[in-house]
Design a protein around this ligand. Structure first.
Ligand SMILES: NC(=O)c1ccc[n+]([C@@H]2O[C@H](COP(=O)([O-])OP(=O)(O)OC[C@H]3O[C@@H](n4cnc5c(N)ncnc54)[C@H](OP(=O)(O)O)[C@@H]3O)[C@@H](O)[C@H]2O)c1
Length: 285
């Protein structure tokens, strides 16, 4: 199993844009940046335009809307209100000084999980219609749904015969994703007609490699024979299969780490071990 272009996307959740790192990313063939309206205290879009406006055209740029400043300004609040979403998409294009290639609805499950099924469907459909209309009117190239926990989203979509059809879905990916999240994410994509090429993954290390589990895990059984890769590299490559996605948004502020991740996309995997892994996690209580 080996594909030439595995689509590494530099995620800006944990660090602000760094021009040197972006130039380094381009030199490695990284062509994606993923950000959000609310990252770094709602400042990342402007910071990107300020520090790297001339580089942004070389990247596929995705962002997300769904978190907003609260009235007190203390912490972001989640909302699926169409007017707020539309305003955030407009503001994003202004702040970036560029039309984003993709705008995701950011974690709709935060609001949906508090609603009954009918209201949940209606609110999700209205929010998606807002992003779809923004895409049609040229405020973004495409629109999608980014979800950390797809279960409330799937419950809403499956409540009715749905015409919610995002261009792209962004899902958690990798060894840390529990079986129910994996399988519901996959079935949600199938229900909405989103094929593998339009499924993207995120957070391949669940946010950090500092967890002691990463220090003891042995991933060699997942590799096709005669290969020598580090644990972060193997975990990153496996994330493209768990679930099957075309691109992965990963966070790093370390140029050497980024180089390792790009190199890892050439890794060949033992597909039988992956099948067995899915069986085992599905059987787990
Ligand atoms: N709901 C959502 O929409 C959502 C939620 C979460 C994430 N995301 C997207 O996914 C992106 C990535 O998520 P994330 O940053 O939370 O988690 P992540 O990519 O799983 O983990 C980032 C961590 O991994 C470390 N790392 C990266 N490459 C490494 C390597 N080769 N060796 C050792 N450590 C390495 C980084 O440290 P160093 O800096 O030291 O390399 C950083 O601490 C975000 O930026 C965002 O774009 C979206």
């Amino acid at each position: 199993m080996c594909r030439a272009d595995r689509g590494v996307v530099l995620g800006l959740h944990r660090s602000g844009p760094d021009r040197d790192l972006l130039e380094h990313a381009l030199s490695l063939g990284v062509r994606g940046i993923d950000t959000a309206y609310n990252y770094q205290g709602f400042t990342t879009h402007r910071a990107l335009a300020r520090t790297a406006a001339d580089l942004l055209g070389d990247f596929t740029l995705s962002t997300k809307v769904g978190y907003f400043l609260s009235d007190t300004g203390e912490r972001p609040v989640h909302s699926l209100d169409p007017a707020r979403l539309r305003a955030a998409v407009e503001r994003s294009a202004d702040d970036l000084s560029r039309i984003p290639d993709v705008v995701f609805l950011h974690n709709p499950e935060v609001t949906l999980s508090e609603l009954d099924p009918t209201e949940s469907y209606d609110r999700l459909a209205a929010a998606c219609a807002t992003l779809s209309e923004a895409s049609r009117s040229g405020l973004c190239g495409a629109w999608g749904i980014a979800t950390w926990d797809p279960r409330p989203v799937a419950a809403a979509v499956e409540h009715r015969v749905s015409d919610i059809q995002p261009h792209v879905v962004l899902l958690r990916a990798g060894l840390s994703v529990a079986a129910p999240i994996l399988s519901v994410g996959e079935s949600l994509c199938r229900t909405m007609g989103v094929n593998t090429q339009h499924r993207w993954g995120m957070s391949p290390f669940a946010g950090s490699m500092a967890d002691p589990a990463w220090g003891v895990v042995d991933l060699r059984a997942f590799l096709a024979s005669d290969q020598d890769w580090s644990t972060p590299q193997a975990a990153f490559r496996l994330a493209y299969e768990l679930p099957s996605v075309a691109r992965i948004a990963v966070g790093t502020s370390n140029p050497a780490h980024l180089r390792e991740l790009v190199a890892a996309t050439a890794m060949r995997l033992n597909s039988a071990a992956l099948v067995r892994y899915r069986e085992l996690i599905n059987e787990a209580p």
